[in-house]
Design a protein around this ligand. Structure first.
Ligand code: GLU
Length: 304
């Protein structure tokens, strides 16, 4: 498969298209990003790396970090975490409060905000220095010690994080948050503020295409069966209330973030990251979804 040719074709075709959407502004610091950025990067298990556009420029990975925190929390608590967070698609926006009230403070899945806050609570319980320990874990997966939080983005989200405060306080009232809510929120905002380029992000997620092993480093981070489960959760819950649409159009497990990034994996073949900050009304990158749809259509390969 000539992935570079496919990426170049996508770049060429998209030049003539004006993608709709708005850069996220509910976290004011995210609104400073240029809406015209577009990058894409593929990392193949066989060793090839292919790039397009702004693939080496860093952006805020936001909710994409929820997959990495879930991975780390499962290493500490194993299947016990499923007593506190479910694995069903929500069909609701990422920051919705509605289901939580009906479902007694148990979030639908770990990839919406409520679920990620419970996962953050679990990590705050287990890690001795939560922010630094989490960052070290992410750096290890990325194979890059320069990956870092963007403190301005974390502070900006903290200042405007009323909805996340509401979610965590509601769950605390149901007994599903064990630590101090401010400490958990601080951890959550920092974790979301991590910056990566498409190239770093694709490399970080390669283990989900590689049965849980770090490529070329001979180390299993998570067991094969757990990798299968995390990919399944990405497939069914990774795109807010548009997970069905992403599956339908792209046919790969993946996760998006309001920074405009999307990462997806083709188990046994590659990981791919794309970044374009303009979001559709459901909060997913419009151009990013179109680019991934073009990739699986042109390559003729998806998991289905
Ligand atoms: N930090 C963002 C929030 O909690 C993440 C949202 C996202 O990327 O979906 O609202």
């Amino acid at each position: 498969m000539n992935y570079q040719e496919i990426l170049d074709e996508i770049g060429h075709e998209f030049k003539a298209v004006q993608f709709e959407g708005k850069v996220a502004s509910y976290i004011p610091e995210l609104a400073n990003v240029s809406p015209d950025k577009f990058g894409m990067h593929i990392c193949c298990l066989k060793g090839g790396n292919y790039s397009l556009g702004n693939a080496r420029e860093s952006f805020s990975i936001q909710s994409i970090s929820k997959v990495l925190s879930l991975t780390l929390a499962h290493l500490y608590e194993g299947d016990k975490i499923w007593k506190r967070v479910d694995v069903e698609p929500s069909g609701d926006p990422f920051n919705s409060l509605v289901q939580l009230e009906f479902e007694n403070g148990i979030p639908r899945n770990p990839l919406i905000n409520a679920g990620a806050l419970v996962i953050s609570d679990i990590l705050v319980s287990h890690l001795s220095n939560p922010k630094q320990d989490y960052l070290d874990f992410v750096r290890k997966l990325a194979g890059d010690a320069t990956v870092d939080f963007n403190l301005k983005v974390a502070a900006s989200e903290k200042e405007w994080g009323f909805r996340n405060s509401a979610l965590i306080n509601l769950m605390k009232s149901f007994g599903n948050i064990q630590n101090d809510v401010e400490e958990v929120l601080d951890f959550y905002f920092h974790k979301c503020s991590i910056e990566m380029s498409c190239a770093t992000l694709a490399r970080t997620f390669l283990l989900f295409a590689n049965h849980g092993q770090l490529l070329g480093r001979g180390e299993a981070v998570i067991p094969k069966s757990q990798t299968k489960r995390i990919n399944a959760i990405m497939q069914t819950c990774g795109f807010y209330d548009e997970a069905g649409e992403f599956s339908f159009r792209v046919g790969l497990p993946g996760k998006s973030g309001v920074g405009g990034g999307i990462v997806a994996v083709h188990p046994g073949a590659y990981s791919v990251a794309v970044w374009s900050p303009k979001l559709n009304p459901k909060g997913n990158s419009s151009q990013g979804m179109a680019a991934l749809e073009a990739l699986t259509t042109k390559s003729g390969l998806s998991i289905f």
